[in-house]
Design a protein around this ligand. Structure first.
Ligand SMILES: Nc1ncnc2c1ncn2[C@@H]1O[C@H](COP(=O)(O)OP(=O)(O)O)[C@@H](O)[C@H]1O
Ligand SMILES: [Mg+2]
Length: 340
């Protein structure tokens, strides 16, 4: 059964943040996605996401960061069940959803509960659909009963889209308005989890700020859980309770945002944070180029060769996530050189 739509009935944000013991809303274990590049057994294989464990508590906002190509969008699509994993499990509200083929998932009852907002609403909106049609489409596809027009109007109002814009085509809308359509469309089926894949990356800075405020308000009012993908650490710092850092398909650091930003444990995270304008930190120089994600050495740290702290041992062992000594127990780093 669907939950009632009325956001005003949602509990206030303080009560939404769940106790740590509560079962996660979504949990992935050992999640991998490999893309064979060509056919045949010898074809090279691109390791886009590699053995990722990730759990989100209800009401939590988790930032997923890392440079372009590290696997953020692939992980987002796996969790949103738009892509089938090569390995690993995904459970949502305690139910296994990882084994439902993406095509079958598209029409399942859980589809509406996990929604993805794409980076560029210009690309993700169909140029042949008006704003109204775009927002209504997921409702019609999922066969959600009730007055669709009324639901579209309500969710449009919630994201600040005036009714007179609903008849417009995407090219007649501004970037910010298109972003609002993308968000309204994701909210229409009443999701509990929103996966936001760089939702403001295509927007001007001033519009970006307004859309981020909107996202923060929606989360508060609807008690939503966010996985917020961004390469902009300032945005993540503003919006997220927890941060997960990826490098070449693997999670290299995760923890409460305050700990990760104030005392990053992984040399890669230190480099990312030192590169934030105005961070006040000495730049952490990285050697060489990012390695290729194609047929990576399974026995070497993916950051080896680029890492300022690495040595020969790092070429021989893939580090696992371990708790950072003296930090929050949720703060974990995958680095052989971390003491403890
Ligand atoms: N369908 C695909 N086929 C082959 N390689 C892919 C496919 N989708 C993504 N990749 C590769 O997977 C890696 C991770 O990509 P992506 O998840 O888009 O990273 P990010 O979102 O962090 O920039 C990249 O090397 C990318 O080229
Ligand atoms: Mg991406």
């Amino acid at each position: 059964m669907r939950e009632p739509a009325a956001p005003e009935l949602s509990p206030p944000a303080g009560t939404v943040a769940a106790a740590p013991a509560e079962a996660p809303l979504i949990a992935a274990t050992g999640l991998s996605k490999r893309f064979p590049l060509g056919s045949g057994k010898r074809a090279p294989v691109l390791h886009a996401v590699d053995a990722v464990d990730l759990a989100l508590r209800r009401g939590e906002s988790v930032g997923l960061v890392g440079e372009s190509g590290c696997g953020k969008s692939t992980l987002s699509r796996l969790l949103a069940r738009l892509l089938d994993p090569t390995e690993g499990t995904i459970s949502f509200e305690g139910r296994d959803i990882g084994t439902i083929p993406a095509r079958a998932f598209a029409t399942s009852g859980t589809r509406g509960k996990i929604q993805l907002v794409f980076q560029d609403a210009t690309d993700s909106l169909d140029p042949r659909q008006t704003a109204r049609q775009a927002i209504a489409e997921p409702l019609l596809r999922l066969g959600i009963a009730g007055d669709v027009d009324e639901r579209v109007r309500r969710v449009a109002d919630e994201v600040g889209l005036p009714p007179e814009l609903l008849g417009r085509w995407p090219h007649q809308l501004s970037g910010g308005q298109r972003a609002r359509v993308g968000i309204a469309r994701a909210l229409a089926p009443e999701p509990s989890l929103l996966i936001l894949d760089e939702p403001t990356a295509a927007l001007d800075v001033s519009v970006q700020a307004v859309v981020l405020q909107l996202l923060a308000r929606l989360r508060r009012e609807r008690g939503l859980t966010y996985l917020f993908v961004s390469h902009d650490l300032n945005v993540v710092r503003l919006l997220c309770d927890r941060v997960v850092v990826m490098y070449l398909g693997r999670v290299v650091e995760e923890g409460p945002a305050a700990q990760v930003f104030d005392a990053p444990g992984h040399p890669y995270t230190r480099a990312l944070i030192s590169a934030i304008p105005g961070s006040g930190r000495a730049p952490v120089p990285l050697a060489g180029e990012v390695r290729s994600p194609i047929d990576p050495d399974p026995a070497a740290c993916r950051f080896h060769g680029r890492c300022p702290d690495g040595d020969a041992a790092c070429a021989k062992a893939m580090p696992r996530l371990r708790a950072v000594p003296g930090s929050s127990p949720l703060h974990r780093v995958a680095c052989l050189k971390m003491p403890g």
